[in-house]
Design a protein around this ligand. Structure first.
Ligand code: GSH
Length: 195
C-alpha cells in the first residue's frame, strides 16, 4: 500500500504525524515541502489539502488532511503493524488524548505567539508584554506536563501521540531559546521533560 505524507520540516503538526507513522512502522514516502519555495501554494499540495497546510496524506488515492483525522485513520486502518499509537487501557488512552488536546489547545497557541513575536516580526518592535505573558503561560503548561510524566513518556514506558504532540513544541521552545538567549526560555522547560 503506497502512502505519500506531505511534511513541512520541523513544524509541530507535521512532526506529530511523522512520529506516528514511524511508531506504526508504516511504509510511506516523505514529501518534504518548503514554505520559502512556495510549496504550500503549489498545485500538488492544494490538490490534497485545499487549505494549503501540512500535514496531509494520500493513501492508495485517498486524500486526507488535519493531523487528528490522519492519526485516527492510521490507527483504524493499520492495527497491529509496528507499535500502537495509544495504550490499550482505556483510561490511559483517554488521559493521553486529553494531554494531546491540552498541548495543542493551550501550549501551542502560546508557542506560536512567541515564534511570531521573536522570529517573524520584521519591524524590530518586539512587544515585551506579549513575550512575558506567553513565557509565563508556557511555563505553567510545561510544569503541568512535567507533573504528569510517568516514566520515560507521558503515559509510562511506551511513547504515544501525547508525546508526539508535546515533543515538537518543546523543541520549538529550545530553538527559540537558542536563537534568542536573552529571554531565558530554556529555564522554563522542566528537566524531567528535556531528559
Ligand atoms: N489543524 C491543522 C494545522 C495544520 C498547520 O497549521 N500546519 C502548519 C505546519 S505544521 C502549516 O501548514 N502552516 C502553513 C500555513 O498556515 O500557511 C492540523 O492539525 O493538521
Amino acid at each position: 500500500m503506497a502512502m505519500n505524507s506531505y511534511y513541512v520540516s520541523g513544524t509541530p503538526f507535521s512532526w506529530k504525524v511523522w512520529l506516528s507513522l514511524e511508531q506504526e512502522e508504516f511504509r510511506y514516502n516523505h514529501k518534504i515541502l518548503r514554505v520559502d519555495a512556495g510549496d504550500l501554494q503549489a498545485s500538488r499540495l492544494l490538490a490534497v489539502n485545499p487549505r494549503g497546510k501540512s500535514p496531509a496524506i494520500v493513501h492508495d488515492g485517498f486524500k486526507l488532511y488535519e493531523s487528528p483525522a490522519i492519526i485516527e485513520y492510521l490507527e483504524d486502518d493499520f492495527p497491529g503493524s509496528g507499535k500502537p499509537l495509544w495504550p490499550r487501557n482505556k483510561h490511559k488512552r483517554a488521559i493521553g488524548r486529553r494531554m494531546a488536546n491540552e498541548a495543542e489547545n493551550y501550549l501551542y497557541p502560546q508557542v506560536r505567539r512567541m515564534v511570531d513575536e521573536l522570529l517573524l516580526r520584521q519591524d524590530g518592535s518586539l512587544d515585551n508584554n506579549v513575550i512575558a505573558e506567553a513565557k509565563e503561560t508556557i511555563k505553567l503548561n510545561l510544569d503541568m506536563f512535567s507533573h504528569n510524566l510517568n516514566g520515560n513518556f507521558l503515559l509510562g514506558d511506551q511513547s504515544s501521540v501525547a508525546d508526539f504532540t508535546l515533543y515538537p513544541l518543546t523543541v520549538m521552545i529550545l530553538r527559540l531559546s537558542a536563537r534568542c538567549p536573552d529571554y531565558g526560555l530554556s529555564s522554563i522547560i522542566p528537566a524531567s521533560i528535556t531528559n
